[in-house]
Design a protein around this ligand. Sequence first.
Ligand code: GDP
Length: 296
Amino acid sequence: MTIQWYPGHMHKAQKEIKQALPDIDLIIEVVDARIPYSSANPVIADLAENKGISKPIIKLMNKTDLADPARTAQWCEYLEKQQGVKALPVTAQSPEQVKKVIGLCRRLAPQRTTKELPVRAMIMGIPNVGKSTIINILSQKTIAKVGNEPAVTQRQQRIDLKEGVILFDTPGILWPKIDNTHSSYRLAISGAIKDTALDYEDVAFYAIEYLLKNYQSLLAEHFKLDEHELASYQSESWMALELIGRLRGCLKAGGRIDMDKVCKILIHEYRAGNIGKITLESPAMIEKELIEVAEM
Ligand code: GDP
């Protein structure tokens, strides 16, 4: 699967962020807790890797209501120990949880927590991770435009949270950097990539294979399938899609399975969290994939 990549945007965003860095105290990077690696901010990753960022980074792991709690805990530990960032799991469904980031900002920049000298926090994230929703919760106003389609355009904003913290919303749109095919599939499954760019069948085939390997019981329970029968489809995952299609009445003339319809059902029900709390990647998987990419 190929996904369009925008080096021009990336270059511009990197330049703007680098220029702003001296005037900010810390970075809040919003990621999707279901894909903490694949939804990470490419500009920050590049800057941290190549030039070093001396500012504290808070990874706000949003959408934990949709993620596997055990994996979220694993990711938080990994990010803090391996990447030296502060990980804060949150869901927009719990504004109180989100607001904890204000206290964290104040603790990470103790030299600036007064009204005269507030903490200057830059908030960023690739489209659809929930950045606008988070900003709205923190500012208790509806300033940022929230959309369920990725890439809702936003203007740069300076938002005084009046608790000794000022938020600077990053200008422009940060596209995900896709250097790993697995990441592009996971971004597509999660909904971070515009639906018009999707080949549902391709994405759903990847998803069903992953779900059969990692979340077979949830899959069986949600689609009312026999778990033993499902287990026998491990090596022929398309058969599991056919089974779901038959159960959901996705049939074409002549009784053939309407694969396009089944694939859409699988992806949409995953995104809505109906299949269960499911995370699409683990630190161990990413480490293994990065070695494979390096060896290619
Ligand atoms: P942005 O592009 O990063 O600014 O993302 P938005 O704030 O527009 O959110 C994208 C979609 O994700 C919207 O449909 C939000 O309602 C939804 N969303 C945001 N945060 C959460 C969350 O914690 N849990 C769930 N389930 N959905 C969320």
